[in-house]
Design a protein around this ligand. Structure first.
Ligand code: AGP
Length: 613
């Protein structure tokens, strides 16, 4: 979604803002803009398309000043165009704003403002905010107060950053609800504002995060954080430890490929500090769970979106198997509107890479309102999903830049597996032998993940062979059924090939009618308790002439005889198998998209963090 960067200090704000926006490109955008205060006046440059267009414009028409704001926009109201791109300046030309979110009552506000004589220059909802601020500036006299009064008028969730040539010594930033984060970065004689951590990592590691209904008044020397009703807050300043090099592409062609390869390390990091092989223990201290609290849980509801939801589906099998707590898995955007049956004996677990997905955060709010215990499994440190939960597991995979999630899928699978053991242990549902086995099985994860990745060349050959397909059906069963969903999602989001996924047992109830020579079938059939069932499904597809691509365990003779193409995987314990069946499917999707010459890291219409409904 939209990216925001702001700077105030003694340096030229332009390269800092453009550099910061570059670090947010992965979020997806369709236009970009920058505003700085130059010689007491607001100077604005905006353009559609990639940031390079804006950079070219800034070269042709340079602007410099020591305070400024910038934005990458993902259109919600009004087409992608230079005039709809942010920042937006008001009629007086003295106030300028960047905004992330949707003004839900903008039509009503626009009508009111137009009736008062306001002239709108764009089709955006954002422009209403700058008109409101200008009007309030007239009556309140200070930018801080004008912003506060204006925020009280707009409905919805928002992150906004404002500067004014009338008060050129400050940036005002504010957050309402879950429309993405607002991060304040602390420098020496300079300070920063952004929507996300990576934008600021080159300049500072010291950051604090605005909560909902808070605003920050940022000068080059100071940061004051207040609630919207004026109460001063003493902000917590976190030191962010991510390595900025990790956010660079290195020798890889795309971030997605780099992130697939990083999984040996990310899965090692996932285990570090959590597993004690000597003592046969899992330690998930950040969950803040006691045996008493764990025993009181009568139901778990996992809620998430997209890839994170698929991880939740795998987690259901793991948790039910090891802790015997019934688990429901719900798509967060559905959960929030369904009046779900949950109470204080329910534990709601949200899974999110960004920790800022609006639907997931709203589901957490809903769970909290109903008195449930709220936990999260989250990657972005300091994100809202981490902060508002009663306890959390940090994915520890570092920044994930590619829009298509890979390492932030396999890590929560292992987190959920560890959580299942942990709950089983706290509740006393796990025998010592079983616990030993489950804990012990964790050892092989990095090695087996590495083995899957080493087979990339053979996956690439399959990608070459099937790169021109137009449709494909993914099938899986049991714990690998969600991997069929995830594999299909990966393929469609980056290669734009129509991919459908089904639990294999459902084929006979309808989808089998689709299978003919034109409809390839990808079946996930490792040697586990569902193997025989999958085999008969695969045979039926073969009989109907469909091309077969199989994800099969090394040495499987049946697969060898039936499959047109095989993605071999090493043998592994069944509960952990999804980690290894998913990796070849990530590589397959990646190589098909890369061979087709597509924008793998920023696929069309998609954003890395979906901070609007
Ligand atoms: C993953 O490949 C997708 N781009 C998408 O489904 C993503 O998983 C979903 O939007 C949820 O994001 P989150 O994990 O940041 O909450």
């Amino acid at each position: 979604m939209c990216g925001i960067v702001g700077y105030i200090g003694d340096k030229n704000a332009t390269p800092i803002i453009l550099g910061g926006l570059k670090k947010l490109e992965y979020r997806g955008y369709d236009s970009a803009g920058i505003a700085v205060i130059e010689d007491g006046c607001i100077e604005l440059r905006r353009d559609v398309g990639k940031l390079t267009n804006l950079e070219t414009l800034v070269k042709e028409e340079p602007l410099s000043g020591t305070i400024g704001i910038g934005h990458t926009r993902w259109a919600t109201h009004g087409a992608p165009s230079a005039k709809n791109a942010h920042p937006h300046v008001g009629e007086t030309g003295k106030v300028v704003i960047v905004h992330n979110g949707i003004v839900e009552n903008y039509l009503e506000l626009k009508e009111e403002l137009e009736a008062e004589g306001a002239k709108f220059n764009s089709e955006t909802d954002t422009e209403t905010i700058v008109h409101l601020i200008e009007r309030n500036l007239g009556s309140t006299g200070t930018l801080e107060e004008a912003v506060r009064q204006s925020l009280l008028r707009i409905k919805g969730a928002h992150g906004i950053v404002v500067i004014s040539s009338l008060e050129p010594d400050k940036i005002i930033a504010a957050r309402i609800g879950n429309a993405g984060g607002v991060v304040i970065g602390y420098g020496e004689g300079e300070n920063f504002v952004a929507s996300d951590i990576p934008a600021l990592m080159e300049y500072t590691r010291r950051m604090s995060f605005l909560e909902s209904h808070q605003m920050a008044i940022v000068t080059k020397e100071d940061v004051h954080i207040k609630t919207l009703d004026g109460k001063e807050i003493n902000p917590r300043v976190d030191t962010i430890a991510w390595d900025p090099v990790a956010a660079e592409k290195g020798n890889y062609r795309h971030f997605m490929q780099k992130e697939i390869h990083e999984q040996v390390r990310s899965l090692t990091d996932t285990l570090s500090g959590r597993v004690d092989f000597e003592k046969n223990q899992i330690n998930l201290m950040t969950l803040n769970l006691t045996a008493e609290k764990a025993r009181a849980i009568q139901k778990i509801v996992i809620t998430a979106c997209g890839t994170a939801y698929h991880a939740g589906l795998v987690g259901k099998t793991m948790i039910e198997e090891m802790s015997r707590i019934p688990v429901e898995v719900d798509i967060a955007s559905e959960f929030r509107y369904r009046d779900p049956i949950i109470d204080e004996k329910t534990c709601v677990i949200s899974i999110s890479q960004s920790g800022e997905t609006a639907d997931t955060l709203a589901a957490m709010d809903e769970a909290r309102k109903k008195g449930a215990m709220v936990l999260s499994i989250v990657n972005a440190i300091g994100s809202q999903a981490m902060r508002v939960a009663d306890g959390y597991i940090s994915m520890q995979v570092g920044p994930e830049i590619g829009v298509a999630s890979t390492k932030a899928f396999t890590a929560p699978l292992v987190d959920l597996y560890m959580l299942a053991i942990y709950l089983g242990d706290l509740r006393g549902t796990l025998s010592e032998e079983k616990k030993f086995q489950y804990v012990h099985d964790l050892r092989i994860i990095p090695e087996l993940a590495g083995e899957c990745i080493r087979r990339e060349e053979s996956v690439k050959k399959v990608a070459e062979a099937i790169k021109d397909i137009r449709n494909i059906l993914y099938l899986g069963r049991g714990i690998n059924m969600p991997i069929a969903y995830e594999g299909a999602l990966k393929l469609k989001e980056i290669s734009y090939i129509h991919a459908e996924a089904y639990p294999a047992g459902e084929m006979k109830h309808g989808p089998i009618a689709l299978i003919d020579k034109e409809m390839p079938v990808l079946a996930i059939m490792p040697k586990d308790q569902w193997y025989e069932k999958m085999l008969s499904q695969v045979e039926q597809a073969k009989a109907r002439g469909g091309m077969l691509i199989l994800v099969a365990s090394d040495g499987d003779e049946n697969a060898k005889n039936l499959g047109d193409h095989i993605l071999w995987i090493p043998d592994a314990p069944w509960l952990l198998m999804p980690v290894f069946t998913s990796i070849p499917l990530q590589m397959l999707a990646y190589h098909i998209a890369a061979i087709r010459g597509l924008d793998v890291d920023q696929p069309r219409n998609l954003a890395k963090s979906v901070t609007v409904e």
